[in-house]
Ligand binder design. Structure first.
Ligand code: PHE
Length: 347
């Protein structure tokens, strides 16, 4: 007897084919292609089998339908098993492919470091702002008036020879000192004044310890009753923080047109502790900055009553400070951007 027109007889063969093809699948992509061909959509092999139903005698349809459904269910189950297996296999392959050996020594990462002059400047700004100083940044091009005349250095004053000047025009020049900022501040602000003015300055000067462009840090304090001992007290704190705890200062008489009295400030040699060495040339002292009590004429030039107010000012060379602090013997090393040098100077 020919059952189901022989249709049911196709099912075991298809089952065998499915089993064989599933077993040969290599990856999830192939699995889905397989699903399309056999299980999904109107054109799949299973759907085709279902469509055959209409060619059967009505009494045969129920059995046939059951068999096809059973085959479909079985195929879907096998598909799910295979999917799980292939996904696991692909995951393992991916782990293998993306494996990182965390025991390999790391490539060293070179970080940059701040330039020694920047380090010194930042440190001083920290120290002085901690004492209540405000920062004033002036301009690098100044008029003759602000750089010299208002600072009690008129045209024919011999002190102009102390600073060989780059003139841009008869009236304008590259500032030779951050002291020019003192005048700007005192013109605009009434006492109490407590400012710190870092910046570049320019002088026609060029040897192992001088550069045509260098950096200064100006300090100015104006209030009632300010004296030279306020300056000394403050500088003691400064040198201890910059050069080390035990460092002390001494004042030597000097001359600047805009301060009276004027002083050169030395600090005890931080290399030998004051015994005398090559750094301090056997004297036990190192010159670190110029300073003084603000000349009454300068106060008056800015409309500040010199009977009521007094002040002190100081100017520190930042390259010089960096050279002393880091033991650099030629100022050019600070401007040549040689990384072999600069990398050593990061503390
Ligand atoms: N301006 C002086 C210089 O450049 C330094 C200085 C500043 C001296 C303030 C006294 C007061 O040499």
């Amino acid at each position: 007897m020919q059952e189901n027109n022989g249709l049911s007889g196709n099912l075991p063969a298809l089952r065998e084919t499915i089993e064989k093809e599933l077993g040969a699948l290599q990856n999830v992509k192939e699995l889905y292609e397989f699903k399309n061909v056999y299980l999904e959509g109107k054109k799949s092999k299973i759907s085709e089998l279902m469509k055959e139903m209409r060619n059967l005698a009505p009494e045969e349809r129920a059995d046939y339908g059951k068999s096809v459904n059973a085959l479909k269910e079985w195929a879907l189950e096998r598909f799910a098993e295979m999917e799980k297996k292939l996904r696991e296999r692909e995951l393992l392959q991916r782990y293998e492919r993306e494996k990182i050996d965390i025991t390999i020594p790391a490539q060293p990462i070179r970080t940059g470091n701040l330039h020694p002059v920047t380090l010194v400047r930042n440190q001083m700004i920290d120290i002085f702002t901690g004492m209540g100083f405000e920062i004033y940044e002036g301009s690098e091009i100044e008029t003759d008036y602000y750089n010299f005349t208002a600072l009690n250095t008129p045209q024919d004053h011999p002190a102009r020879d102390m600073q060989d000047t780059f003139y841009v025009s008869p009236e304008f020049l590259l500032r030779t000192q951050t002291s020019a900022g003192q005048i700007h501040v005192m013109e605009k602000k009434r006492p109490p004044i407590k400012i710190l003015s870092p910046g570049k300055v320019f002088r026609s000067d060029d040897d192992a310890t001088h550069s045509p462009m260098f950096s200064q840090m100006e300090g100015l304090v104006v209030d009632r009753g300010i004296t030279l001992s306020d300056l000394k007290g403050m500088l003691d704190v400064l040198v201890q923080k910059v050069y080390g705890e035990g460092t002390t200062t001494r004042l030597r008489p000097s001359y600047f047109p805009f301060t009276e009295p004027s002083v050169e400030v030395d600090c005890s040699c931080f290399a030998c502790g004051g015994k005398g060495c090559s750094l301090c040339k056997g004297t036990g002292w190192i010159e670190v900055l110029g300073a003084g009590v603000v000349n009454k004429r300068v106060l008056e030039n800015c409309g500040i009553d010199s009977e009521e107010y007094s002040g002190f000012a100081f100017g520190i060379g930042l390259e010089r400070t960096a050279m002393l602090k880091y033991g650099i013997n030629n100022i050019k090393l600070l401007f040549q951007s040689d990384l072999r040098v600069l990398r050593q100077l990061n503390g």
